[in-house]
Write a protein that binds this ligand. Structure first.
Ligand code: GCB
Length: 607
């Protein structure tokens, strides 16, 4: 285990070097605020179950009749007649909306798991001295990107953004963008193919074409430090990145100035600004921030707050905090949801948490949700737990898989580290304890600290049961700031509802604890059967009993029960109650409140 061995010998140096090596070639932080061409809309697609478009790329097949990424006008070739012909035509393919998971787009795609090619044509007017990038906010799970027949890049990981420079491949006038999307997961993917949610496929988030000056601001970050400074850094890229003046104007708070070093990097500092209104869930103040350097400008809206742990308290802006939250999957409301999130859909979900449940916190499980959602959390005042899908099991022994996890985590942190709402980075969910698994998560925790020392590290751990005593027996706790456990006594396992009250906790006294999950299935409207499983009454009573039991944990600092809304899960096939849905939502899939919703909402109102 070379990597972890090296980390153990020279922690600080090795971690910093490693964190740098995880930085993607381009970040374009704050890209949502840049001038760009939105490539959302109708694309065409072509299914490719046998992967001919990928496997036919090399050798004799370079001129394959099946390689969908080729820059060819098939109809024109056919019109000419002659010997040439093709067995695809992206121009005349069926239409599909991008962004969005393909599963809800057509009946034939509901259970399609594999490779599909997507095409979008667009008009461009490249300007001399400018650079052009394609930015994908998320493609699930692997992406193969071609512009005008040339491969411009690949990406693995279904929930994080990636940026590809296309300055050379772009042409004036009509451009042909083709993206192969492979949704299949395997034992080395993150997550693996074994999850409890629908592994939707597709270009699930926005694609944009972004133009920048030759030298541009690739990354810019600021946070409020414990001593009251606002500090961060700006990274330029391009021929004129070194020794450049950088200005950072933060609303009415003041302006910081710095000069970039030989690597185009400048450290920014604004000493304790007077009149700073700190971001809180109750008053989520955001400031307009403008970064300027080398003729480029980047705007953002940022909140400033501190987060820390002291003994068994979580402190927001120095004050003890209780996290009144719930877990959330990325799936819109509706009878046939997929992952077709819009700002409106995210807003509706977060609104239910904030105003329906009286919440101040959301666990964005089990993968990074869209940047739009996290920005809405900033704006609406919800604290965020962020995680990557190192879930149940991944290939702990394989250094290449660890590398994937570290890159995915880096992509998430670079994307979201300017969001005041994000307070916790989680490094795993319910992973059975073993030495190789603990090393894997340990490396992830070290990586998070190297990339972002200003936030807290946690993981949703498994609970151990000894008689009526619940414990955490996991060496990973040494790497965490906040302990978190998933507990399902009274749903899974031998306990009756009455048995929940008997449970006692034996957890470290000097560490804050979150119940990252608890929950029970109920089919909305299934009532009047007494306290039987799958009834609304059972779920409501389970919530009452579990909340009462949780009151007995002296170090409890937050809750994110499982889950806001019923979600699709192919492993749940009870033909009466589930039919492909995990029913632990306290809202049905269409947003109808079950009885447990009011139980939790009342509890949070009193808390
Ligand atoms: C868990 C998992 C979550 C599942 C849930 C369940 O512990 O973290 O992804 O959906 O249990 O419903 O069993």
């Amino acid at each position: 285990w070379i990597l972890v061995g090296a980390l153990a010998c020279q922690p600080a140096l090795a971690q910093a070097a490693q964190a740098d090596s995880l930085r993607p070639a381009f970040l374009l932080t704050g890209a949502l605020h840049r001038d760009s061409q939105d490539l959302s809309g109708q694309w065409t697609y072509s299914k490719d179950l046998y992967r001919t478009g990928l496997t036919d790329i090399n050798g004799w097949v370079a001129k394959s009749r099946m390689q969908r990424a080729r820059d060819v006008d098939v109809a024109a070739v056919e019109a000419k007649g002659g010997v040439d012909f093709y067995e695809f035509d992206m121009d005349r393919g069926p239409l599909i909306n991008v962004p969005g998971a393909w599963n809800a787009a057509a009946a034939e795609l509901r259970y399609y798991d594999g490779l599909i090619w997507f095409q979008r044509k667009f008009d461009a007017r490249p300007e001399a001295g400018k650079r052009t990038f394609l930015r994908f906010e998320a493609v699930n799970y692997r992406a193969y990107v071609y512009l005008n027949g040339k491969e411009v890049g690949r990406h693995e990981g279904g929930f994080t953004p990636f940026v590809l420079e296309v300055t050379e491949a772009l042409r004036a006038g009509d451009n042909r963008l083709v993206v192969g999307v492979d949704s299949s997961h395997d034992a080395q993917s993150i997550p693996t193919q074994i999850t409890d949610w629908d592994l939707y496929g597709g270009i699930t988030r926005k694609v944009s074409l972004i133009t920048t000056p030759a030298t541009f601001i690739d990354d810019a970050t600021l946070t409020l430090r414990s001593d009251g400074r606002i500090a961060g850094e700006v990274q330029l890229q391009g021929p004129q990145a070194a020794n450049q003046a950088v200005t950072v104007a933060i609303g009415a708070l003041g302006t910081a100035r710095a000069t970039t070093d030989a690597n185009g990097r400048a450290l920014i500092e604004l000493p304790a600004p007077k009149g700073l209104e700190r971001w809180t869930p109750e008053k989520p103040t955001l400031y307009d921030v403008r970064f300027s350097a080398s003729g480029d400008q980047l705007r953002d809206r940022m909140g400033f707050r501190t987060i820390a742990v002291k003994g068994n308290q979580i402190l927001l802006n120095g004050k003890p905090l209780f996290l009144r939250g719930i877990s959330l999957h990325e799936e819109e409301f509706g009878p046939n949801p997929a992952r077709n999130m819009t700002e409106q859909a995210s807003r509706a979900l977060l609104h239910e948490i904030k105003h329906g449940l009286n919440g101040n916190y959301v666990r964005l499980s089990h993968y990074p949700h869209s940047e739009t959602t996290v920005r809405l959390a900033d704006e609406m005042g919800l604290l965020v737990w962020s995680e990557i899908p190192v879930y149940w099991t991944v290939d702990w022994e394989n250094p290449a898989v660890l590398r994937k996890a570290l890159v995915m985590q880096a992509e998430t942190i670079y994307r979201d580290r300017n969001r005041a709402s994000v307070i916790l980075w989680s490094v795993g969910n319910e992973t059975p304890v073993s030495p190789s698994r603990t090393r894997f998560h340990g490396a992830m925790a070290d990586n998070v600290r190297a990339l972002d020392p200003t936030r807290l590290v946690s993981a949703a751990l498994l609970v151990e049961r000894k008689g009526d005593v619940l414990e955490i027996q996991d060496p990973l706790i040494d790497k965490l700031d906040v302990l978190a456990v998933n507990v399902y006594a009274g749903w899974y396992g031998p306990d009756t509802l009455d048995g929940i009250a008997k449970l006692r906790w034996n957890v470290p006294g000097e560490r804050p604890l979150i119940l990252s999950e608890f929950g029970a299935d109920a089919l909305a409207g299934h009532r009047g059967q007494g306290l039987k499983k799958f009834t609304e009454e059972y779920q409501a009573e389970y919530y009452r009993k579990t909340l009462a039991m949780a009151e007995g944990i002296p170090t409890l600092r937050g809750l994110s029960p499982w889950i806001l809304k019923d979600f699709r899960s192919p492993r749940r096939e009870h033909p009466v109650f589930q039919n492909g849905w995990n029913r632990k939502g306290i809202l049905s899939e269409t947003g109808v409140r079950k009885q447990a919703f009011d139980v939790l909402s009342d509890y949070y109102r009193r808390k």
